[in-house]
Design a protein. Structure first.
Length: 738
């Protein structure tokens, strides 16, 4: 039975002043004169100006620092009426080029027709002293833009769509935004605007589009390709699966879809080809990315380099400097880096990948090569730099990622026309790298640049499309060294031993609680959550000297009793409760508070950051980055991401989530002093061996599982790996027709 809808309250009045307005997305804080009483109203109200009459529906909220406010959920706007309202509106500066003096002249000349003249008869404005034809056009263009924005707001309100769409639509399409969306509502679907396909489809049908209209059928096909790429990691879909899924989405027979797919292929909006005997359908960008990676990696794999004279002597010198003696496989790895232009280095925990990395870097330094170290996430890059004693960056930063305001998409400054200057690139945590990012990296390498890809194929796959690292290894065409020997010192760690047991399908000894691997048995969610909170708040800091900020709680799932949602609420209440003078702000389901640990949950390429010491600045915060809220008030939340300071306006808080507890998937590429895993309940597709293995290998010094032994046993036994449709391995092996 659906939950009853909350009744919205109604406020009506004239806008007295604008306290804050974000021109990028329309988030506004204003003062509304309601029958002579000033009321603070907050919400998405793009283009609202003083003097306008508003009818807002919503509810009262209490802000810790700013008191009672009215949160607007729907807004109806009426143009100023009467000379007093029109003068107030024009003199407020709402219309560019019109101030108090010009507003008075407009009222004196045109009276209550002033707004009509500005919009429809701008030539008449030249009657006024000081208004040239050029200025008259500028005033009219500004006002017409506002009227277009007003009509867009009315349109979105009428069709029950988010008002926050107004500004992105205007940035993308300008004054014709409304006409563009009416012509093709499916443009709203996708990353740029974030509208669900079902909502765009409802809008299209409301606007009179027929159920079998070609535009609807093609939009459904493209949506299925995009959705499965972004949410399920598929690079392509088999033709029959695509047609069946789209028929189910649109609730119609699939026969008519064949013709629309062929039309998309003719227009190059979809690419169809055969891969390993499968009829595959790609989005063009993913097809091009897969072909580029296959071509470049294939060419690099064939390239043999002349090793330096006395390579064996050089390897002995590197070992002496590091105070180490490499085992045969490690020697093979460093030597292979001297002989081949590309290589893969893989192995589980404790097998010496870090030692090999340092050896390869020392080799490249001895050869006089300028080497760039990179990783997919900020935390992984920081760890890589610390392990190697050299500067490392994210792949995005290495490629100088930026935001194209015209397309709203990610772009890289580095590429074929402006390649990286590096002579060699080493990438760690390559299992996290998706296909498009690898294509961008390969496209930015000079022809003679060396490439070393390091990772663990048994970790969870990348969030984005493809299973790149596993495909490269499985192809057997790329020079590879797999480290398998566990070093004696590492073998003393129960974390390392347990990780390898799990990876081999064996259950670790959960009853032997000593060393660095513990399991605490709890039979119910409430008891597990209580134990996890106590571990973070008291037991680990007091008994083991591990600071709270060095403990990361993980869960396989977001929902259920021990999912990250419940855990975050409990941990925030215990570790960072409200206090007088501590800023906080509610957004959606969360209350964000100064001192909170938070995670960025979507890529934002155009947000600015600055180093804490002012030494550097740049753009971009990425999905999975973890930071801490330094301060938060009605206008801005300041977050520290490992020394990079980022400011969020209130409407942007939807890009953040509390990160006292995060999913195992979100923890990839990170390492923590202590990890606590909630192992009690979750959907079968999440309770897998790969998830458990990944969770254990995130812990550097201490791992604690909290939950039921049978749950852990089920995870070890469940080696289910969701298949991702990818053609990279087949292309590397020559099993494609294109």
């Amino acid at each position: 039975m659906p939950a009853p809808q909350r009744e919205l309250l109604l406020l009506e009045g004239t806008v007295s002043s604008i306290i804050f307005q974000n021109e990028e997305n329309g988030y506004t804080i204003l003062s509304l004169d309601v029958s002579g009483e000033e009321t603070t109203v907050v919400g998405e109200m793009p283009g609202v100006s003083p003097g306008e009459y508003l009818s807002v529906r919503g509810g009262w909220v209490r802000h810790a620092a700013y008191g009672t406010q009215f949160r607007a959920e729907t807004v109806e706007r009426r143009l100023p009426q009467g000379l007093k309202e029109i003068f107030h509106y024009l003199s407020s500066g709402a219309v560019k080029g019109v101030g108090k003096a010009t507003a008075r002249l407009l009222i004196e000349e045109f009276g209550e027709d002033a707004l009509h003249v500005i919009e429809e008869e701008p030539d008449k404005l030249t009657r006024l002293r000081g208004i040239t034809p050029k200025r008259a056009r500028q005033i009219s263009d500004t006002f017409r833009s506002q009227m277009g924005m007003r009509r867009m707001v009315e349109f979105l309100t009428e069709h029950k769509l988010e008002l926050s769409l107004t500004m992105p639509l205007y940035r993308a399409y300008g004054d014709v935004a409304l006409e563009v969306i009416k012509a093709n509502p499916y443009l709203l679907v996708g990353e740029e605007f974030g509208v669900e396909f079902s909502d765009a489809d409802r809008l299209a049908l409301e606007l009179g589009l027929a159920g079998d209209d070609p535009q609807r059928l093609e939009a459904g096909l493209l949506y299925e390709l995009t959705h499965n790429s972004e949410n399920n990691g598929h690079v392509f879909l088999p033709r029959r699966k695509l047609l069946d899924a789209t028929a189910a989405l649109l609730d119609m027979p699939g026969g008519e879809l064949e013709g629309r797919l062929e039309a998309l292929e003719r227009r190059r909006e979809a690419v169809c080809c055969e891969i390993a005997g499968e009829q595959a359908v790609y989005l063009p960008a993913l097809y091009e990315a897969e072909c580029l990676v296959a071509d470049r990696i294939g060419a690099l794999s064939q390239s043999e380099l002349l090793p330096p004279d006395d390579l064996d002597g050089l390897l002995r010198k590197i070992q002496r400097r590091q105070g180490l003696s490499y085992n045969p496989r490690q020697l093979d790895a460093v030597a292979l880096a001297a002989r081949r232009q590309v290589m893969l280095l893989t192995g589980g925990p404790g097998t010496g990948k870090t030692t090999c990395l340092r050896g390869v870097l020392a080799l490249f330094d001895a050869l006089g090569l300028d080497t760039a170290l990179a990783a997919p996430t900020g935390r992984a890059a920081k760890r890589l730099g610390e392990l190697c004693g050299a500067e490392a960056s994210t792949i995005h930063r290495l490629l100088e990622a930026g935001y194209d305001p015209r397309s709203g998409r990610l772009v890289f400054a580095k590429g074929p026309d402006d390649p990286l200057r590096a002579d060699a690139v080493i990438v760690d945590e390559t299992s996290m790298v998706d296909l498009p990012l690898m294509a961008a990296l390969l496209g930015a390498l000079r022809g003679d640049c060396r490439l070393v890809l390091v990772g663990d194929p048994d970790q969870l796959p990348s969030v984005g499309p493809g299973c790149l690292f596993a495909d490269l290894i499985r192809s057997g065409t790329v020079p590879t060294v797999r480290l398998t020997e566990i070093f004696r010192q590492a073998a003393q760690s129960a974390i390392v031993r347990s990780a390898h047991l799990v990876n081999g399908g064996q259950l670790p000894d959960l009853r032997r609680n000593d060393g660095d691997f513990f399991f605490l048995r709890r039979r119910d969610s409430a008891g597990a959550v209580e134990t996890i909170v106590d571990l973070c708040r008291r037991r680990l800091p007091e008994r083991m000297g591990i600071p709270t900020d060095q403990i990361q709680v993980l869960s396989p799932t977001r929902r259920r009793g021990t999912g990250t949602r419940n855990l975050n609420q409990a941990l925030q209440a215990a570790l960072n409760p409200p206090a007088e003078g501590k800023g906080e702000r509610r957004f959606g389901d969360w209350v964000f508070r100064a001192g909170d640990r938070v995670m960025q949950v979507k890529n934002n390429y155009d947000i600015l950051w600055r180093e804490r010491d002012g030494s550097d600045s740049g753009m971009g915060v990425f999905n999975g980055d973890i930071g801490r809220i330094l301060s938060i008030d009605a206008e801005v939340a300041t977050v520290d991401f490992d020394g990079r300071i980022v400011e969020y306006t209130p409407d942007m808080l939807g890009e953040l989530e509390p990160a006292y507890a995060v999913t195992v998937h979100k923890s990839q590429g990170s390492e923590y002093q202590a990890v606590i895993l909630a192992a009690l309940d979750g959907a079968p597709m999440l309770m897998t061996r790969g998830v458990l293995y990944t969770a254990i290998t995130r812990a550097r010094e201490l791992f604690i599982g909290v939950g039921a032994e049978e749950t852990v046993a089920q995870m070890v036994a469940n080696n289910r790996q969701t298949r991702r449709y990818s053609g990279l391995r087949a292309r590397l092996c020559g099993e494609s027709d294109s």
